[in-house]
Design a binder for this molecule. Structure first.
Ligand code: MG
Length: 375
């Protein structure tokens, strides 16, 4: 198969730095979305890709082996250096190998296949909301707007060992693979993504158009896109098989279908719960929200949810001068009781000071017109 690749990354319209990275080392492509804030996220995603690239060039081991080695490298760095403590990254990679693509994946970046007018998701998001969807607790539509949709349960570099999802796919002439971070899929619907991929035949231009679409939709996160086109070579030496199928070799050894039915099995449910709790403990310390405590506003660290009777947040600062009932009556703060999620500590405190000025304005007989809560 002949391969053409386009790639683009952009900081977006809100974030200060770009913690995403991508790798194009044909026939290997990958995207990574760093976690852990600012520099740490940037370092995690770059270090993971550099490690995978070096191992791939050495020609030894599978893509999943490279992921596990990259995991050890990032984890070691995070334990050695206080500045990078707790950092991690998503990582989604594909290698074209003859008439096959091999994929490896951890986190909430995604791989899609565009074939014969259909866009198919090849990866599974390792997120809290996806787990809730699989358990039938919320719908896919609810997951898309869920306040905790950013909580990642599995990432590279946060634990000494890593489970890697692997998929392989028989390629057909004209297939187009898309790898992207959640800065694209969080802003642009799959239908729009498909429309752009179908309208733009050039891989590089398609990647750039997808990034522009995410920015036009708000660009709330870093956006990274890799588009890979495969075409049969003229000579036709490697004949592609007409049947194509995807295999997933998860940690449990089950098929993709079985893993979707995970929640129904008692034994597996225990494992799922353990994975969930470990993951949440890793990431809740980076989540912030504004909620209520004892009848007034409070800033929390964690997520405003109870899972299995356990709370995953604690009060960092109480605001006794801001009664919850007064604030909830103002526009934009109706969700106070459920918790207004913030993109970090600074934004949580910024929401509180905006509440304070909105309350003051409403007391002066103003309209209480707030500027939005940033939630
Ligand atoms: Mg992201």
């Amino acid at each position: 198969m002949k391969v053409a690749v386009g790639a683009a990354t952009d900081v977006g319209r809100v974030r200060e730095g770009n913690e995403d990275s991508y790798l194009v080392e044909v026939p290997l492509v990958a995207v990574a979305d760093g976690l852990g804030g600012h520099r740490a996220g940037e370092v995690a995603s770059r270090l993971a890709l550099e490690t995978v690239e070096a191992l791939f060039r050495s020609g030894e081991g599978s893509l999943a082996d490279h992921f596990r080695e990259a995991n050890r490298t990032v984890f070691e760095r995070s334990t050695r250096d206080q500045e990078f403590s707790g950092m991690g990254t998503t990582l989604t990679a594909a290698v074209v190998d003859g008439a096959k693509a091999r994929l490896a994946h951890v986190g909430d970046s995604r791989a899609y296949l565009l074939r014969a007018g259909a866009l198919r998701l090849l990866t599974e998001d390792h997120t809290l909301v996806n787990r809730m969807v699989q358990r039938g607790e919320i719908t896919r539509a609810e997951a898309e707007v869920h306040p905790h949709r950013n909580v990642v349960l599995r990432a590279l570099g946060t634990e000494p060992e890593l489970d890697v999802d692997e998929t392989s796919l028989a390629l057909l002439d004209g297939d187009r693979l898309l790898l992207c971070t959640d800065g694209l899929t969080g802003m642009v619907t799959e239908r729009q993504v498909q429309a752009i991929l179908e309208a733009e035949p050039d891989a590089q231009k398609a990647a750039e158009r997808l990034v522009r679409a995410a920015n036009r939709a708000g660009g709330l996160d870093n956006i990274t896109v890799v588009v890979l086109d495969v075409h049969e070579e003229e000579e036709g030496s490697g004949t592609s098989s007409p049947d194509s199928h995807a295999n997933r070799h998860g940690a449990g050894g089950g098929s993709a279908g079985a893993s979707r039915r995970w929640g129904l099995r008692a034994g597996a449910a225990v494992i799922a719960a353990t994975v969930l709790l470990v993951g949440i403990r890793v990431y809740t310390d980076r989540q912030w929200y504004v909620g209520e405590a004892d009848g007034h506003v409070a800033v929390y660290q964690g997520i405003p949810a109870t899972i299995g009777g356990l709370r995953f947040s604690h009060v960092v600062e109480e605001e006794p001068d801001l009664p919850a009932t007064t604030v909830e009556r103002l526009p934009f703060y109706a969700d106070l009781e459920k918790g207004i999620t913030a993109n970090g500590k600074d934004q949580a405190f910024a929401i509180v000071s905006r509440m304070r000025s909105d309350v003051a304005a409403s007391r002066l007989g103003g309209t209480g017109q707030a500027q939005g809560t940033g939630s």
